[in-house]
Design a protein around this ligand. Structure first.
Ligand code: DX5
Ligand code: ZN
Length: 228
């Protein structure tokens, strides 16, 4: 079992006070910070860009896990690398093998990590299978991209289980990141099917004590994974 990592999604906090969102991650002992970049084309919301990532970079050394929900990632990859993203995750829906390889080369040259994300209705594309060794993370989205605060779509669970089996069969070391509607009472559902990185927006920031909420998710996840 890969180690459990908690990744609060700052999109769920007051967007005018993102330094505090990052600070909550630091105080709560989060493993990485999930930054949702949405362009208004790929998904129906507009969030923030590389300038915001760069500004927040000064606030913490935690891993910046940048989830790019954008139609044209090639145009912005360098900007996010310069801004200080550590893991850049692109949507498989806007890529193919050749485009992925090009992004991979750019990111590896800078010593950073690449991930792929799939929407709830997207199956793992065939071209990904021969590239699993390049992947640091696979984001299995459990809500449709766009907004924090949606309920987890449980119809994605069989796909999650299959993806975990495929990754194991192929000897992949990629993290399986679960993104959307993660809450203390459904953490076991995703961890028992192989999810090990838990993204949580409302599951952290909508709680009365967000710092404590990070620890609660970790406890639930570690007990579901058999660590405790
Ligand atoms: C949705 C984003 C998610 C979202 C998570 O487009 O990718 O990261 O902010 O928020 P919750 O955990 O509230 O669903
Ligand atoms: Zn996300």
């Amino acid at each position: 079992m890969k180690s459990i990592r908690i990744a609060p999604s700052i999109l769920a906090w007051d967007l005018g006070d993102l330094r505090e969102a990052v600070d909550i991650c630091v105080r709560g002992g989060a493993d990485q910070i999930h930054l949702d970049v949405i362009d208004g084309h790929f998904a129906p919301n507009i969030t923030f860009g590389p300038g915001t990532v760069k500004a927040l970079r000064k606030q913490s050394d935690l891993k910046f896990d940048t989830h790019l929900m954008i139609d044209q990632p090639r145009l912005y990859v360098e900007k996010f690398l310069e801004a200080g993203s550590d893991l850049l995750t692109f949507h498989a829906e806007v890529l193919d093998g050749r485009r992925f390889d090009d992004l991979y080369d750019t990111i590896k040259r800078r010593g950073k990590e690449i991930g792929l994300a799939i929407k709830p209705s997207t199956a793992l594309p065939e071209w990904v299978l021969s590239r699993l060794d390049k992947l640091s993370a696979l984001i299995v989205m459990t809500v449709n991209p766009g907004f924090s605060g949606q309920a987890m779509d449980m119809s994605t669970m069989p796909k999650l289980k299959r993806i975990k089996e495929v990754l194991d069969e192929k000897g992949s070391r990629a993290d399986i990141e679960i993104d959307g509607g993660v809450e203390p009472d459904n953490v076991h559902e995703v961890v028992m099917r192989g999810g090990n990185v838990l993204v949580a927006g409302a599951g952290v920031y909508a709680k009365s004590d967000p710092v404590k909420a990070i620890g609660v998710l970790r406890e639930r996840a570690e007990s579901a994974s058999g660590v405790n």
